[in-house]
Design a binder for this molecule. Structure first.
Ligand SMILES: Nc1nc2c(ncn2[C@@H]2O[C@H](COP(=O)(O)OP(=O)(O)OP(=O)(O)O)[C@@H](O)[C@H]2O)c(=O)[nH]1
Ligand SMILES: [Mg+2]
Length: 459
């Protein structure tokens, strides 16, 4: 496992302008940083009362030049997020102040934290389990109220406690089986198969219910995948940017601008939508563009819904008709005619082609976009709404529960044919290991690393 004995620091707030920016320090030297950099307004040294907000100047050691005026908070180990000494400095917002404070801390020999390293420390020190750590990342990334609610529940250990209950039940049966196996000379009676398997069957049923909740949980976490498709230059990337409310994809009048798929999560009036912008569909002599088209078709096949975009400023081409027909046969779609601010020529043609009047929108003026969001929400929820208050939301969780369930069912089958108490005990032990791994205990390091890679710096 990674080093836990050094001190790390990072700006914990996102880049950009805002009221405040927070710089975080965690580790044995956090107090040194406070002593070295914080001064009272009159320049004298200042001592921080743990858990009290203190107004302070951050100064350059040596010449006492003021870098920024901050609110300082000290959390002393083990009563902190990482269970280490933690110093948080609320600087003025924007990049400059927080970066200057960070530079001063780095100059003291403190290391810049990796993404998620504060939470990783909380996990490695046992303050939170892996499900809670994942929930922290998912809360940060949550786009909708549903996703937030589910992940707040996970952070409050709702799933962790259920898993621990299952482990306890398996453990009770194991104790009985093992004492029977370990001390045959004491002539302990093995309970009847029914007495042994009844609690196991209850656990198996609860696991099955959990597994069934995954489909909704995944949607709540990841969103409904909607792939934006169409010929080059129809305005797919412009539409993605408009819906995402940020300039995620490059937009240009050059046909064939987008190559790779670009994914963004949006909140369509409450519905979680995972939008995928794709390369314009056309045969090209450019190898990279062709790869882009292959990716676009893959995105189409993986999508829950297609958002077909047509260009309202020109007529439909024969290839476009052919593409649209094929896409329409392939799955559920919404068709829009973009560039409604220009002459809308093909709406009649699209109606003939696809059998309904497409929505007219403009990625430039924003016309029709509210209506598009409404349509997206409607179509998304038509497929699936909330089915469970506390669903499984991650594939990792689903796989671990499925693996544990398999072992429990195997154990039950062995107990029912009697004779095989030791084999059954092995199965139950394996099931307990799968559940422990779900909670993060004994989970392979590469899996843990992968989880923390999703985090942002400073969390
Ligand atoms: N007038 C007008 N122009 C638009 C609209 N939407 C996009 N455009 C313009 O159309 C051009 C192509 O836009 P993009 O968003 O890059 O189109 P695209 O479909 O992503 O293109 P490729 O990535 O090449 O497939 C750009 O010059 C945009 O400014 C619109 O609603 N109205
Ligand atoms: Mg594009």
């Amino acid at each position: 496992m990674r080093a836990l004995d050094d001190t790390i620091c990072a700006v914990a707030t996102p880049p950009g302008e805002g009221g405040i920016a927070i710089v975080r320090v965690s580790g044995p030297r956090a107090l040194d940083v406070a002593r070295g950099l914080l001064r009272k307004a009159n320049g004298s040294e200042l001592s921080l009362e743990p858990r009290y907000a203190t107004l302070a100047n951050v100064v350059t050691p040596g010449n006492n030049r003021i870098i920024d005026e901050v609110i300082a908070l000290l959390m002393v180990a083990p009563r902190s997020y990482t269970r280490e000494d933690v110093l948080e400095l609320q600087c003025h917002g924007g990049r400059a102040a927080a970066n200057a404070v960070l530079e001063a801390i780095l100059a003291m020999g403190i290391r810049l934290a990796e993404p998620g390293e504060f939470t990783l420390r909380a996990f490695l020190r046992g303050r939170i389990d892996l499900i809670q750590a994942e929930a922290v990342a998912d809360i940060i990334h949550a786009q909708t109220a549903d996703s937030l609610k589910i992940h707040e529940g996970l952070l409050q250990k709702k799933l962790s406690e259920e898993v621990s209950d299952w482990q306890r039940t398996l453990g009770d049966t194991l104790v009985h089986l093992e004492s029977f196996l370990d001390f045959p000379e004491e002539e302990l009676e093995l309970q009847s198969a029914e007495a042994l398997t009844t609690p196991l069957k209850l656990v198996a049923n609860k696991m099955k219910e959990k597994l069934e909740s995954y489909s909704w949980g995944r949607t709540a976490r990841e969103g409904f995948r909607v792939a934006i498709l169409g010929l080059p230059n129809v305005g797919k990337s412009s539409l993605l940017n408009l819906l995402a409310e940020e300039e995620r994809a490059i937009v240009s009048p050059v046909a064939g601008t987008t190559r790779d798929t670009i994914e963004v999560k949006i909140n369509a009036l409450g519905a979680p939508i995972h939008l995928v912008d794709t390369a314009g569909l056309r045969a090209s002599a450019d190898e990279i563009e062709n790869e882009g088209v292959i990716r676009a078709r893959r995105a189409a096949s993986e999508a829950y819904l297609l958002l077909m975009v047509f260009d309202g400023s020109r007529d439909l081409t024969p290839e476009e008709r052919e593409e649209a027909r094929t896409l329409a046969e392939g799955g559920s779609f919404i068709a829009v005619i973009n560039k409604s601010d220009l002459d809308l020529r093909p709406s009649i043609a699209v109606k003939e082609l696809l059998g309904y009047v497409p929505l007219k929108i403009s990625a430039i003026s924003g016309e029709g976009v509210e209506e598009l969001l409404r349509l997206l929400r409607e179509r998304a929820w038509a497929g699936e709404g909330p089915t469970s208050e506390e669903p499984l939301t991650r594939l990792r969780h689903r796989n671990q529960v499925a693996a544990a369930l398999e072992r429990v069912e195997q154990g039950i089958a062995l107990l029912e044919t009697t004779e095989y108490a030791d084999a059954a005990a092995n199965e139950l032990q394996s099931a307990r290991r799968e559940l422990a791994s779900l909670l993060g205990w004994g989970t392979p390091e590469e899996i843990v690393d992968k989880i923390f890679e999703e985090f942002c710096i400073g969390k």
